[in-house]
Design a protein around this ligand. Structure first.
Ligand code: SF4
Length: 361
C-alpha cells in the first residue's frame, strides 16, 4: 500500500523513491514537508543560527564554468583581489561582532603564489583574532598537499560545490575538459576528508534540464559521501554566460525557489545533524528568502563582509542582493529578522557541524 505523506514524514531513513516523492509534493503539502524539516532541525541541532562572515577575496579564476558570471572568458568583469588589510578589516569586524566564523571565497587558481597567499591570510587572521574564528575556505579544487597546508595553517572547513552530481548534467554546465573533470571534483571532496576538514559541497536547483530525480540523487550523494555541511540554492542565470542561452528551459523563479526550500527540507530529514546554509541566492528570488531557508531546515547564514566597492565585481549570477549595504548595515537588522521567526543567532560560537564532531568521536 502506498504510504501517506504523513507516514513518509515520520520516517528516519529515506529511499530514492521516498525522496522523489518528497520533492514532488505540490500545494499545501509543500508546507507540510517544510514544517516537518523544521521540527527535525529543532530536535537534532536546535533552532540556532550560526553566522559565517563572507569575504569574496578575488574574482580571478582559471576556470570557465558555463553558469558563472566571473568565468575566465567573461572579459566584461573587472578583476580584483582584496588587499591583506581589507581581508583583516573584514575578519576584525566579524570577530568584534561575535560571528564566530568566516568564509574566504575566491575564484580558483592553482599556483604557488595563490597557495602562499591563502596560507598567509589564514595565519594572519588567527594571529589577530586569538584563533577564535573558525575559517571555511571555498577556493576550488586544489592538490591534496595544498589542502593539507591550508588545514595546517588553520582552515577548518572547506566548501567545494559540485553543482550537480549527475555526470551528464555536470557536463552540460561545465566545459568537457580535464580542467573541469567530474571525477576530479569527486576526488577533491575525498581529499578534503583525508586532509581533516569538515567537508561541504552543494548543488544548484532548477538548472536547465534538471529533473526531480537528479535532485533526489544529489541528496543521496551527500548522504553517501557522509558530508558535514551543504550550501545549495536556486540556479539564477547570468546574462554573460553560455548557460544563459538555455534559459527557455528554466522553471519559473517561484518554482526554483520552492524547490530550493524543498531540497533544504529533504536534506534536513535525510541528514538531521549537518550544517545547512540558507543561501544568498534564495534572497535574490525573495526578499524573505534567507528566513524561508532557515524555516525549511537551514541553520547557517553568511552575511557578506566584502568591501562594498568590490561586490559588483563578484557577480556569480545576476541581481545578487545586498550589493550596496556595508557590513554594519547588512548585519544590524539580522538579529531582529532572525528572532522574529523564532530562531536564535549563536554569537561567539563557531558552529561546527555536529555531524563532523560525532564522527570525530
Ligand atoms: S564557479 Fe568558481 S571555479 Fe567556476 S568559473 Fe566561477 S569562480 Fe571559477
Amino acid at each position: 500500500m502506498t504510504k501517506t505523506l504523513d507516514q513518509l514524514l515520520t520516517q528516519q531513513s529515506f529511499s530514492r523513491e521516498d525522496l522523489i516523492r518528497l520533492l514532488s509534493v505540490k500545494g499545501n503539502d509543500t508546507q507540510k514537508v517544510l514544517d516537518r524539516a523544521l521540527q527535525v532541525k529543532a530536535e537534532a541541532v536546535g533552532r540556532k543560527v550560526y553566522l559565517r562572515g563572507l569575504i569574496e577575496l578575488s574574482n580571478i579564476c582559471a576556470k570557465d564554468c558555463c553558469y558563472c558570471g566571473i568565468r575566465k572568458s567573461n572579459k566584461n568583469v573587472h578583476r580584483y583581489t582584496l588587499s591583506d588589510e581589507e581581508v583583516y578589516a573584514a575578519a576584525d569586524f566579524a570577530w568584534q561582532k561575535g560571528f564566530g566564523s568566516l568564509v574566504i571565497q575566491s575564484g580558483e587558481l592553482i599556483a604557488p603564489a595563490f597557495t602562499n597567499h591563502i596560507e598567509r591570510l589564514l595565519i594572519g587572521i588567527h594571529q589577530r583574532t586569538n584563533a577564535e574564528l573558525s575559517i571555511t575556505l571555498s577556493c576550488g579544487e586544489q592538490p591534496l598537499e595544498v589542502f593539507k597546508r591550508w588545514h595546517q595553517a588553520g582552515a577548518h572547513r572547506y566548501l567545494l560545490r559540485i553543482e550537480s552530481t549527475d555526470r551528464e548534467l555536470y557536463y552540460q554546465i561545465h566545459p568537457h575538459n580535464s580542467l573541469h573533470a567530474y571525477e576530479k571534483r569527486i576526488e577533491g571532496l575525498k581529499n578534503l576528508r583525508k586532509a581533516g576538514y569538515q567537508v561541504g559541497t552543494g548543488v544548484m536547483i532548477g538548472l536547465p534540464g534538471q529533473t526531480i530525480e537528479n535532485l533526489a540523487d544529489d541528496l543521496l550523494f551527500f548522504k553517501s559521501m557522509d558530508l558535514d555541511m551543504i550550501g545549495m540554492g536556486p540556479y539564477i542565470e547570468h546574462a554573460e554566460t553560455p548557460l544563459y542561452d538555455r534559459r527557455n528551459l528554466l522553471w519559473p523563479t517561484e518554482e526554483r525557489f520552492r524547490m530550493s526550500l524543498l531540497m533544504i527540507a529533504g536534506l534536513r530529514l535525510l541528514m538531521p545533524d549537518i550544517n545547512i546554509a540558507s543561501s544568498t541566492a534564495l534572497e535574490t528570488l525573495d526578499p524573505l528568502g534567507r528566513q524561508s531557508g532557515l524555516l525549511a531546515g537551514g541553520n547557517v547564514v553568511m552575511p557578506n563582509l566584502t568591501p562594498v566597492s568590490n561586490r559588483l565585481d563578484y557577480m556569480l549570477y545576476d541581481n545578487k542582493p545586498n550589493l550596496d549595504k556595508d557590513p554594519a548595515l547588512s548585519t544590524s537588522s539580522l538579529n531582529e529578522v532572525i528572532e522574529a521567526i523564532g530562531e536564535k543567532i549563536c554569537y561567539y560560537e563557531q558552529g561546527n557541524s555536529q555531524h563532523f564532531l560525532k564522527r570525530q568521536g
